[in-house]
Write a protein that binds this ligand. Sequence first.
Ligand SMILES: Nc1ncnc2c1ncn2[C@@H]1O[C@H](COP(=O)(O)OP(=O)(O)OP(=O)(O)O)[C@@H](O)[C@H]1O
Length: 301
Amino acid sequence: MIEIHNIHKTFGDKKVLDGVSGVFETGKTNLLLGASGTGKSVLLKCIVGLIKPDLGSVTFDGTYFTNNKLDIRQEIRRKIGMLFQGSALFDSMTVEQNVEFPLKMLTDMNKDERMERVNFCLKRVGLEGANKKMPSEISGGMKKRVGIARAIAPNCTYLFCDEPNSGLDPQTALKIDELIKEITEEYNITTIIVTHDMNSVIEIGDKIFFLYEGKKLWEGTRDEIMDTDIKELNDFIFANRLMRDAKKVEEEEREEEEERLHHQPAAQENNMAPPADTPNEPQPQNPEGPAATTQTGQNQV
Ligand SMILES: Nc1ncnc2c1ncn2[C@@H]1O[C@H](COP(=O)(O)OP(=O)(O)OP(=O)(O)O)[C@@H](O)[C@H]1O
C-alpha cells in the first residue's frame, strides 16, 4: 500500500500540486485521472522520488520515503517497476538485453538466473521467442509488453505506468490494460497508472483518483464514477460522445427498471398476478398476422 499525504509542488510561480492525499491499495490498479496539465505526471514523479515535493509525505507499506535516509529510499526504489510513456526501451539493445538490464543493475543474479527470469517475464507478457529482436523491429504494442516485462523483471512490489496505452489502437490498448491488471492481481502489486483514457477507467479502474488543477477532486471505483455529481469530473467524462451515449442508455434502462418495479408491487397488492397454477391467458392475435410477428422478432435479434 502506498500512502501520500498533503503533497504540494510549485514550479516558479506555478502551483502544480496543491495538497494531494490518498491511499493506493495493494493488488489494485489505481488510476490517476485528469486532463492534460493537471499534475498527474508530476504527482507520479513525486511518489517515485524523481521530483521532491515542497511539502507532504509518501509512505510505502508503512515506511516513510520522502526525506528518509538514502539507503532506505534506495531499498524502496529497488522494489519499484516503471513503465514509461513511449516505452523508453534502449534502441541499441535487443528485447532480451532490455529486460535483463534492471536485473544486472539491481540484483546479484548470475547470467543463467538472469536469463531464466528474462524468459519467464517475456513469456508472461506473451513475447516468448522475441529475445533477439531489436526495438525497431517490433510494434508499439510489443514495445509496451517489453516495457512491462522489464518493469516486473526484478520482482517489483510497486508498479508505476505513465500513460501505458498512449499511441496504441483501441484493441491493443485494451490488451495492454488487461495485462497490467492481470499482473497486478497475480503478483499482488500496488499499481498506479497515469491516464486520461476513459476506456482504461471503465476496463481496469479498481480505484480512480481524479485530479483537477493540482487538487484531488474525487476518488472512487469505476462503478461509482458515472454517478458523480462533481461538475469538473462530469465535464471530463462526458466530453466524449460515446460516454454521453452510454450514460443516456444507462439512464433509460434505469427509468424502465424503476417503472417496472413501481407497477409490480401494486399488481401483487391488488391480487392481479395469476396464481402459479393458473394457466396463462391466451395471447391476443397479432393484428398484422404471423409475418409481422416474425419480422418483429428478426428485428429484435
Ligand atoms: N520540471 C518542470 N518544471 C516546470 N514546470 C513543470 C515541470 N514538470 C511539469 N511542469 C508543469 O506542471 C504542469 C503539470 O504537468 P504534468 O506533466 O504533471 O501534467 P499531466 O497532468 O501529466 O499532463 P499530461 O496528461 O498532458 O501528461 C504543467 O503545466 C507542466 O508544464
